[in-house]
Every structure is written in C-alpha cells, then in structure tokens.
Design a protein around this ligand. Sequence first.
Ligand code: FAD
Length: 291
Amino acid sequence: MKVSEILKKNEVTISCEIFPPKQGAQLQNYKAIAAEIAKLKPAYISCTYGATGGTSDYTVEIADAINSYGVPAIAHLTCVSSTREKVHTVIHELKERGIENILALRGDIPTNTDFPLPDQYHHAIELIREIKEAGDFCIGGACYPEGHPEAANMNEDLDHLKEKVDAGCEYLTTQMFFDNNIYYRFLYKALAKGIDVPVTAGIMPVTNAAQVKRTISLTGNLVPAKFLSIVDRFGDNPAAMKQAGIAYATEQIIDLIANGVNHIHIYSMNKPDVAAAIMNNLSQIYVREQA
Ligand code: FAD
C-alpha cells in the first residue's frame, strides 16, 4: 500500500524506522527484528539505506520482508555516493519486488572520494525526478525543522524543499527534534512557502547517554535543558536512562497529537522493546486493529 494513501486518512498514524544489516550473515536476525516491530502494527515501517550504498541489497531484502509481514514498507534510497547505474538497478529491484514506497534522499556527501564524480547526483531532487519517471512509486523526502546543516539559512532550505515537493514528493519526514516548538514553527514556515504535503514528525527515543552525544554531533540538534537534565541525572544508570528516554519520547508524541499532529515516525533503531514501550504508553491514543 502507498504511504500517501495512509497519510491521507484523517487519523493518527505511528510508523517506525529500522536499519539493514551490514553483512548478509546478519540478514535473518534483522528480519526477525523487523517482524517484532511489525507485530506492534505500526502504520508502516521504513528501512534506511547505507550511506555508501554498501547495504543497498539488504535494504531491499528488509523492505520485502516488512511487506511480507503485512505492514507497508518504505525503502530509503540515497544517491550522492552511487552511480546512476547502481541507483537505477535498485529502483528496478524495488519495482520487481512490489515495494511501492521510496524515501528519496541525497545522502551525506562522502569525504573519501573526489566529489562530485562525473555524472554524479548532487541533490535529492534529481533522484526524485528519476524515480517518478521509473514507475508508479509513492515518493517521500527528508526535511529539517532546524534547517539542514549545509543550508545558508532556513528560507533557502525551504525553497529547495518546495522544489522537492513540486518534483513529486508526496510526504516529508522530519529529522529528529527534541523540542516540539521547533516543529510547530517549521510547519508554519513550510505552509507559508506553499508546502502542503503531510510532514511526518520524526521522534527519536534516546535511551542511552552516548546516543545523545552522537546525535547532537551528527545532526547539530538543539537539545532542551529538560532533556539534558535527564541525561545528567540518569546517564550513568542504563535502565533508568532507557525508561526516562522512553517517557520523554512518549511525552513529545502526546503533545504533538494533542496539538493536532496526526503523523508520527519513531526512529526505533532496531529496538523492538523501545518501540513496544512507546506504543503501549499510547495504547488508548493510537488504537490499532487487533491481529
Ligand atoms: P537534499 O534535499 O538534496 O538537501 C541537501 C542540502 O542541499 C540542503 O542544504 C538543501 O537546502 C540543499 N539543496 C537541495 N536541493 C538543492 C538544489 N537544487 N540546489 C542547491 N541546493 C539544494 N542518510 C542515509 O545515508 N541513509 C538513509 O537512509 C537516510 N535516511 C534519512 C531519513 C530522514 C527522515 C532524514 C531527515 C535524513 C536521512 N538521511 C539518511 C540523512 C540525509 O541523507 C542527509 O541529511 C543528507 O545530508 C541530505 O539529504 P536530503 O535528501 O535531505 O538532501
């Protein structure tokens, strides 16, 4: 099923994200993780794509498995560090396997190659246009409530985002954020630019102290004092930190839904227990069809 159809309904949706294995030997374990998360009945599950394209085959495999568990799958696809031939091969494979949803991404610019290579992609919009030509896919894109780190300013970033939507992105998923006001302000600015597709709110349950530092250094995210106090108090106690991280993510989601946001995407990071704890906390808010 196409994610655009799911997001069209006027109801709360909670989706999850997982990542593929680096080696084929781990494939069965990762499929088992996907199956555990599928049992929670999220609206859909997306599977990331290795930045260098190295895990691309496994993204397709995992997305195929997710579909087979009865949950719609999104396959992420990045382009900047791949040849056009490689990207076209993956798109063809997704089509062959009946995977209807692609999150079209540029990917981070590789530091270990001479970028740009001849014939290389430069921005996600080029990939979006090619996917649109290649078949009847539902295409999503990434957006950044705090601005993409490379963008000169938010205004310019939003202009490029509008171009992606005009090129065929039917929905957007945000980079994680830890302060809902950042997301609300972003929505107003996006609407003012005429961006009117669903903007799924990306929530990362941070369940260990090292993850907080990694997240801040990767994304440049603003982390509210309230969250930093949790890390200060519980960072050395893994069980307490996990519980507090789940509670913080739950509180963020409840505030979003209470303020009329329907679509939440949990960066569940291959942790079915964390996804399950959040889903259980929301059991009267996100009522799913029983198996
Ligand atoms: P783009 O939309 O191309 O934007 C990148 C930068 O270029 C921005 O600053 C933008 O303003 C600017 N820009 C865009 N178009 C133009 C243009 N036409 N002219 C000039 N400037 C332009 N990475 C992975 O490797 N694998 C994943 O699976 C993955 N999944 C992700 C999922 C989500 C929801 C998000 C938010 C990010 C994900 N990423 C993933 C990270 C992503 O690849 C990086 O953030 C990357 O740096 C930007 O990708 P993009 O698709 O947003 O790029």
